[in-house]
Design a protein around this ligand. Structure first.
Ligand SMILES: *[C@@H]1O[C@H](CO)[C@@H](O)[C@H](O)[C@H]1NC(C)=O
Ligand SMILES: *[C@@H]1O[C@H](CO)[C@@H](O)[C@H](O)[C@H]1NC(C)=O
Ligand SMILES: *[C@@H]1O[C@H](CO)[C@@H](O)[C@H](O)[C@H]1NC(C)=O
Ligand SMILES: *[C@@H]1O[C@H](CO)[C@@H](O)[C@H](O)[C@H]1NC(C)=O
Ligand SMILES: *[C@@H]1O[C@H](CO)[C@@H](O)[C@H](O)[C@H]1NC(C)=O
Ligand SMILES: *[C@@H]1O[C@H](CO)[C@@H](O)[C@H](O)[C@H]1NC(C)=O
Ligand SMILES: *[C@@H]1O[C@H](CO)[C@@H](O)[C@H](O)[C@H]1NC(C)=O
Ligand SMILES: *[C@@H]1O[C@H](CO)[C@@H](O)[C@H](O)[C@H]1NC(C)=O
Ligand SMILES: *[C@@H]1O[C@H](CO)[C@@H](O)[C@H](O)[C@H]1NC(C)=O
Ligand SMILES: *[C@@H]1O[C@H](CO)[C@@H](O)[C@H](O)[C@H]1NC(C)=O
Ligand SMILES: *[C@@H]1O[C@H](CO)[C@@H](O)[C@H](O)[C@H]1NC(C)=O
Ligand SMILES: [Cu+2]
Length: 530
């Protein structure tokens, strides 16, 4: 690791092995990355459990690349622990996927089959013009809750905001996530039986957290030098919890939202939903000292898990020259009178009006009372055995070619689709995530205003009590998974597939033998190895 210090002793074991991050300077070259998916005994919050992680660390090693490169990620599945899923599949969250690369998109049963134990797969992803903050995680069931998450940053040598900050490197990546001490299989079974989403034991900040009654795991430290300005890339890798980020005595200037550069917007508190990312510039312009970097979270009733203590997800912002001590100020949830981000206030740096819709879709999110079944328009998504992409390549084009439980919307080519989420009476924040592309948020849940002139574009948006409307284009043929990023909800059916231009898929997609072999290999596995 470079300068980010994860305290001392035991904890360093979790991170020191994460190896050289790969930053190539520039250009069109291919960047080969290997991720060994392994079981490791880790204790992010002080409680040791078996996990599923990349290269033995939680979070996994960051993947750092530069605009224009082609990312080539080889996943070696070395999972052996029978108490968790042993197959896997990686999603590169927020990375745009070219139509002809759809088969490397990593969504089980939509664009691929999972990778079985002792098998490998190589994902090739040309990054094109995209830049910003992204992440990878297991997309199989709720497996990423067992640990398989990590950052991806695509640096922009011509960043239009470059003059706003001095430091932007591995030490400024901030990854927050929820953490459970149990493995997902029993928790998922409990959820399906009771409808109660498992409440996390702790929240982690760069892989470190604490829980009530647990050991005093050293707080993670984010080091800064007085007078410099830092681009913190905040990634919410949670499967449920919503974190609210702030730094005592410092404000945060947002310059990027889910890979889209924004007009700089200064606030004190930023709420980040599962899957969302923000870059914020923080000026180290205060007295040399230690300050709390607060990341309190909400996610279910703490009464259901007495370990949970939202104020214990935090780090220390330490100025060079400050003593190696905790800040002496109280553990708060951030400034009580602080200005919080209102999503509708965000503006893209390069405004782009939302095109007029050709097709309107209304998605009603409803949960069956008392049971863990989520419905979109009365349908609870069930992954088919044969991935959507395989069916389309075999000729599927019409609604009748898919089971109703696949909740697949067949969309015309080169069209603008408007999705309306009516106000959702249970008002749980459902962070809806689109694979392979982003969308215009023409009405944010955070405001009544409809903005078609210069709305923010992003790939994860909160859906809640006030209603949300977004628009996207079907210029890229493909089956694009569109789902709630609370993976418990997704697993319980809160998902759809937006199938753009099936005919175009057959023209564009020419999968490799390696990909074609995945399904037969997976289907031949005994259930316990799937
Ligand atoms: C992961 O570990 C493998 C095997 O040690 C190593 O070759 C690879 O470079 C590591 N990947 C990253 C991104 O650090
Ligand atoms: C994976 O390979 C190891 C070492 O060769 C072997 O012990 C294990 O049985 C294999 N696992 C599976 C599921 O094939
Ligand atoms: C994990 O969940 C199972 C099933 O609910 C339970 O029996 C077990 O005690 C739990 N283990 C931990 C460490 O919480
Ligand atoms: C991460 O997302 C979850 C779920 O939406 C949310 O509860 C949590 O507050 C978010 N974390 C941050 C830091 O915003
Ligand atoms: C942010 O903090 C700086 C001092 O660090 C101050 O000059 C500036 O006015 C603050 N901006 C806002 C919008 O509060
Ligand atoms: C959370 O932890 C803090 C610090 O240890 C403690 O003061 C507080 O009482 C805890 N809160 C709850 C609800 O357990
Ligand atoms: C879609 O809804 C918008 C209002 O949001 C309306 O103006 C438009 O006519 C509708 N388009 C279609 C094709 O129904
Ligand atoms: C869902 O089902 C209910 C009851 O069967 C029906 O009234 C409603 O119209 C359906 N909604 C949709 C979007 O199909
Ligand atoms: C197909 O949909 C029906 C409900 O309409 C469901 O009962 C069945 O399990 C689904 N079959 C598959 C293979 O998903
Ligand atoms: C969609 O637009 C692209 C680019 O304008 C064009 O090449 C393609 O033929 C169009 N597809 C259809 C089905 O109209
Ligand atoms: C949506 O807006 C309502 C009303 O302002 C608010 O209570 C709720 O927390 C918001 N939900 C999300 C997901 O942002
Ligand atoms: Cu949800």
């Amino acid at each position: 690791m470079q300068s980010l210090v994860w305290a001392t002793g035991l904890l360093s074991l979790f991170h020191s092995a994460s190896g050289a991050a790969v930053i190539s300077s520039r250009g069109d070259e291919t960047v080969p990355i290997t991720l060994d998916i392994v079981n490791a005994q880790l204790a992010p919050d002080g409680f040791t459990r078996s996990t599923i992680v990349a290269n033995g660390t939680y979070p996994g090693p960051p993947i750092l690349v530069t605009k224009g490169q082609t990312l080539v990620v080889t996943v070696n599945n070395q999972l052996t622990d029978s108490s968790m899923r042993r197959s896997t599949s990686l999603d590169f969250d927020g990375i745009f996927i070219d139509a002809d690369d759809t088969f490397n998109e990593g969504t089980p049963f939509v664009t691929t089959c999972p990778i079985g134990p002792n098998a490998s797969y190589t994902y090739t992803l040309p990054l094109g013009e995209q830049t910003g903050t992204f992440w990878y995680h297991s997309q199989l069931s709720v497996q990423y809750v067992d640990g398989l998450r990590g950052a991806i940053v695509i640096y922009d040598p011509e960043d239009p905001h470059a003059e706003l900050y001095d430091v932007d490197d591995e030490s400024t990546i901030i990854q927050v996530g929820d953490w459970w001490q149990n493995s997902t299989l029993p928790m998922l079974a409990g959820y399906e039986a009771t409808g109660i989403v498992p409440v996390s034991d702790s929240g982690t900040f760069n892989g470190v957290g604490r829980y009530n009654g647990g050991p005093e795991v050293p707080w993670p430290v984010v080091n800064v030098v007085q007078g410099k300005r830092y681009r913190f890339r905040i990634i919410n890798q949670s499967a449920r919890n919503v974190f609210t980020m702030s730094i005592d005595n410092h404000n945060l200037t947002i310059i990027e939202t889910d890979g889209v550069s924004t007009v700089p917007h200064t606030v004190d508190l930023v709420e980040v939903l599962a899957g969302q990312r923000y870059s914020v510039v923080v000026a180290a312009d205060q007295a040399v000292d230690n300050y709390w970097f607060n990341a309190p979270f909400v996610g279910g009733s703490p009464a259901r898990n007495l370990h949970q203590n939202a104020t214990l997800t935090r780090a220390i912002l330490r100025y060079e020259g400050a003593p190696e001590e905790d800040p002496t100020t109280p553990l708060t949830s951030g400034p009580a009178d602080g200005v919080a981000l209102v999503e509708a206030d965000l503006r893209p740096l390069i405004p782009e009006p939302a095109p007029v819709p050709d097709v309107n879709i209304t998605l009603d999110l409803v949960v069956t009372a008392g049971k863990a079944i989520w419905n979109v328009n009365n349908v609870s998504y069930l992954p088919p055995q044969t991935p959507t992409l395989v069916k389309v390549l075999d000729g599927a084009s019409a609604a009748g070619d898919f089971n109703i439980t696949e909740n697949t919307f067949i969309l015309p080519p080169n069209a603008t689709i408007q999705v309306d989420f009516p106000p959702n009476d249970d008002d749980e924040a459902h962070p809806f995530h689109m694979h392979g592309m982003n969308f215009w948020v023409v009405k944010s849940n955070s405001s009544d205003a409809v903005n078609t002139e210069d709305p923010i574009r992003r790939d994860v948006v909160g859906v809640g009590a006030a209603g949300t409307t977004l628009r996207f284009r079907t210029d890229k043929p493909g089956p694009w998974f569109f789902h709630c990023h609370i993976f418990w909800h997704m697993q319980a059916g809160l998902a759809t597939v937006m199938l753009a231009d099936p005919e175009g898929v057959r023209d564009d997609v020419h999968p490799t033998e390696e990909w074609l072999d995945l399904c037969p290999a997976y289907n031949a596995l005994p259930a316990e190895l799937q």
